[in-house]
Design a protein around this ligand. Structure first.
Ligand code: ACO
Length: 325
């Protein structure tokens, strides 16, 4: 039996583009260093009036239009973000109100860069229990608002954006998971012992400020390759497939070198890895659905393809999910 199946996807980016050259004019860095170490060439940065919710609403509207359904038919909205508009209420409730589907379930998930994977697995599970029929799963972030723009080791790495998908509970007992569309399996993990390697140094209950992102990049890199390869192997084994069966890897877009190293560890050719980090940088919870929507719209990912999503982020948290589109 398969899980929830995809009906549509959408994404949104702020208008303003900040190139590596723009950054090099502000801080001690260079286009050459950023491209060589990360693969990033530019990122989009939210301007006045653009927030996590405005980006999420635009991505959600695009996904609902692509799905060809009415917003009022959505039963469940799960929004992954580490940069909500407000400490509370959940940004998902703002999205719900803008879409006009008031009354349905709406909440945020906080798992930083793995947030979309956590939201996807939660939506799939809730749809399987009969909590509803259609779910809107969103990853949306404005990391530019929690960056220390004087810290060259972090501020060059991130960007803003949003991606969304619409899912429908459709798996029937007896469906052949090797051909039927839907989520085959998901695996999630967290390790709170690694808190100090990637965190934000503020919050309502500690400093009463929003704080800034702090990261020990080299250590995060090392953990990322090991954890991502391990969770990818878990979903491959759980679904009873082999790495060669995968048509596309849609990874969290943190660093082109992490994408290469992880794919290499699994023996997946780099042509099967969707890469948008050059254009979007690391958009945290938004990066997986943004990359997925980009590759669906440019015709690479098609109906029937077997796609694996994977991400790792602050916490640490990490996860992977296999979906037949
Ligand atoms: N421009 C120029 N030089 C720089 C910059 C910069 N922007 N940033 C750092 N440097 C310098 C450092 O100061 C250091 O100089 P030194 O040797 O004189 O001390 C040198 O470059 C090397 O620094 P490292 O940190 O060792 O560089 P590294 O090759 O590890 O690359 C990077 C750094 C890109 C951050 C890499 O470690 C990385 O991508 N880590 C993973 C980040 C990640 O995946 N995050 C995902 C999760 S994000 C989330 O969950 C929110």
């Amino acid at each position: 039996m398969t899980g929830a199946r995809l009906l549509g996807s959408g994404s949104a980016l702020p208008e303003r583009v900040l190139t590596n050259a723009d950054l090099a004019a502000q801080i001690d860095t260079s286009d050459e260093w950023i491209v060589e170490r990360t693969g990033i060439r530019q990122r989009h940065i939210a301007g006045e009036g653009e927030t996590t919710s405005t980006l999420a609403i635009a991505a959600a509207r695009a996904a609902i239009a692509d799905a060809g359904v009415e917003a009022s038919s959505i039963d469940l909205i799960i929004l992954a973000t580490a940069t909500p508009d407000n400490t509370f209420p959940a940004t998902a409730t703002k999205v719900q109100h803008a879409l006009g589907c008031n009354g349905c379930v709406a909440f945020d998930v906080a798992a930083v860069c793995s947030g979309f994977l956590y939201a996807l697995a939660t939506a799939d599970s809730l749809l399987k229990t009969g909590m509803g029929t259609r779910a809107l799963v969103i990853g949306a972030e404005t990391f530019s608002r929690i960056l220390d723009w004087e810290d060259r080791t972090t501020c060059v790495l991130f960007g803003d954006g949003a991606g969304a998908i619409v899912l429908e509970a459709s798996g029937e007992a007896g469906d052949d998971a090797s051909t039927a569309p839907g989520i085959l399996t998901s695996r999630l993990h967290a390790d709170g012992a690694q808190h100090d390697l990637l965190y934000v140094d503020g919050g309502p209950s500690t400093t009463q400020t929003v704080g800034h992102l702090r990261m020990k990049g080299r250590e995060v890199f090392r953990h990322a390759v090991v954890n991502l390869a391990s969770v990818l192997n878990e979903v491959i084994e759980d679904a009873g497939i082999s790495a060669e069966d995968i048509d596309w890897v849609v990874p969290h877009q943190a660093n082109a070198r992490i994408l290469d190293a992880t794919a290499r560890k699994l023996g997946i050719p780099s042509e099967k890895v969707i890469v948008t980090v050059d254009q979007h940088a690391n958009t945290s919870a938004a990066s997986v659905p943004l990359a997925f929507d980009t590759a669906r719209r440019d015709g690479r990912i098609k109906a029937g393809d077997l796609v694996v999503f994977e991400a790792m982020g602050g916490g640490f948290t990490w996860g992977a999910s296999l979906m037949r589109v």
